[in-house]
Design a binder for this molecule. Structure first.
Ligand code: F6R
Length: 263
């Protein structure tokens, strides 16, 4: 049984704005915890990136306190760099182990990331897409947003019906992600990512955005003309999507409601 979507089916996503980033992250943590408690075998779609760190910290604290368990859940991450093995210090697989998996009680084999070192990457992309479908699809997809509006590694120009595939990263994204690498030239040029179409097939979607660097992307995603120049604007067509922001990330939006209600 899939969980019931929390957001009312209004034909538009919801938007919650919190005063502080920590409150926004805690709210997202609470949504995930409530979902797992209601439906322990939930299929989660997970993201990496700095925005997610406080969410995963919140979840691990809740797990330690006995307020949630991942033991029956399954997860699929959005993306992985091409050329980095799961053990590479800068791979998303390593980031996920460090941020969440090592401290969690996911059952062995239940956490999935695309393999960035497979010889036939197109085959790996198709395998990953099929694995998501075979699991019944994503019940709750967690998203961050790039400064250029990317979701997963779907950079501007990505088709809204795209599926899991190999993509080339923009220089802006490589620069934004250079922190995990010795130098910006070491950031891989390609990645394998769930497509926008893959993401849109999720039953529920929660996008978390914090900080002023995300304000322009969030404003376009929320109320700009939807189109490939801002991949996150595809979420405007998903009635069970929820944007959770802090005030800085929501600065370009006027019609928001304070955290605790939903539009
Ligand atoms: C990574 C991912 C990306 C990030 C985005 C924001 O798995 O899906 O779309 O969510 O690049 O990254 P941060 O949170 O580091 O600003």
């Amino acid at each position: 049984m899939r969980p019931e979507p929390e957001a009312a089916i209004t034909g538009r996503p919801g938007l919650l704005v919190f005063d502080h980033a920590a409150e926004a992250a805690a709210h997202v943590g609470q949504i995930i915890a409530d979902t797992l408690n209601r439906t322990p075998h939930t299929v989660l779609g997970l993201a990496t990136g700095m925005t997610m760190l406080p969410v995963y910290e919140w979840l691990l604290t809740a797990k330690r306190d006995g307020r949630l368990s991942f033991s029956q859940a399954t997860s699929f991450n959005l993306d992985e760099y091409i050329g980095l093995g799961a053990a590479h210090r800068a791979s998303f697989a390593t980031a996920m182990r460090r941020m969440l998996f090592d401290g969690s009680d996911f059952a062995p084999g239940r956490t999935h990331l695309p393999a960035g070192t497979t010889i036939d990457l197109d085959k790996e992309a198709a395998r990953y897409e099929a694995a998501i479908r075979a699991a019944g699809g994503i019940d709750l997809q967690l998203l961050g947003i790039g400064r250029n509006g990317h979701i997963g590694f779907n950079e501007p120009g990505s088709a809204f019906d795209s599926t899991t595939r190999v993509v080339t990263l923009t220089e802006a994204t490589r620069l934004a992600n250079r922190g995990d690498f010795p130098g910006s030239q070491d950031v891989p040029r390609q990645a394998i990512t769930m497509g926008i179409g893959t993401i849109l097939r999720s039953w529920r979607i929660v996008l978390l955005a914090t900080g002023s660097a995300k304000a322009a992307a969030v404003a376009h995603a929320w109320s700009g003309v939807p189109g490939p120049s801002c991949p996150a604007s595809a979420l405007q067509g998903h009635a069970a999507a929820l944007f959770v922001c802090d005030r800085d990330a929501a600065a370009g939006i006027s019609d928001w409601q304070h955290g605790g209600g939903s539009r």
